[in-house]
Ligand binder design. Structure first.
Ligand code: HEC
Length: 171
């Protein structure tokens, strides 16, 4: 009789330990998915902004990566062309021709395949361009060297762009 009572008490004790253990574990079970959901929400929020930012950074608008966001283009300015031609001959012709690949790509029709902003960003910011812009990356993979920074300023780059425009217009 005594033994039986002790056993029942033991059972009850075991049961209550079990129940409180179950209670504890269910706390964890419920706590964890909640945490996961919170993480997921944070993830998807990050995911909904990151690709757009990454694309903008990668120059998906075709303007490239760099200081030039918009370029005003109007009728070709001959004095700007002359200035750009001079710069091209002293700083660029060692690597670029118009009709043939040289150290760098042939530049004929460059103003047709690229936006003016892209061309100026390539001149002013070539190192970052070959790292981030999808088209510049492809060129880098083909030519196996990075176009060195030519220490050009915005005015100089704009003049070279004008020279390229004049070259592409003469066809
Ligand atoms: C030492 C060689 C070198 C010099 C000097 C150089 N470039 Fe380049 N250029 C390259 C290479 C190589 C590429 C291909 C991209 C890369 O790998 O960086 C390139 C790419 C370009 C492109 C992109 C062409 C395309 O098909 O889209 C333009 C535009 C350009 N260069 C303009 C210039 C101008 C303007 C100058 C002078 C201010 C210049 N480069 C000087 C080597 C050179």
């Amino acid at each position: 009789m005594n033994l039986e009572l002790r056993n029942t008490m033991k059972n009850k004790l075991n049961k209550s330990i079990l129940i409180s253990l179950l209670g504890l574990s269910s706390l964890f079970l419920f706590a964890c998915p909640a945490q996961q959901t919170a993480d997921k929400t944070a993830d998807s929020q990050a995911a909904s902004t990151t690709p757009t930012e990454a694309l903008a950074e990668a120059g998906a608008d075709g303007k490239g990566v760099g200081p030039i966001k918009t370029v005003e283009i109007s009728a070709i300015d001959p004095s700007l062309v002359a200035e750009g031609k001079k710069t091209f001959e002293s700083k660029c012709a060692s690597c670029h021709k118009f009709d043939a690949k040289y150290v760098g790509p042939a530049l004929k029709d460059v103003t047709v395949r690229r936006k003016p902003e892209w061309i100026m960003n390539m001149i002013l910011n070539s190192t970052e361009m070959v790292q981030k812009d999808p088209e510049a990356k492809k060129l880098f993979a083909t030519f196996m060297m990075a176009m060195p920074n030519q220490n050009m300023d915005e005015k100089g780059a704009r003049a070279v762009l004008e020279y390229f425009r004049s070259m592409d217009e003469k066809k």
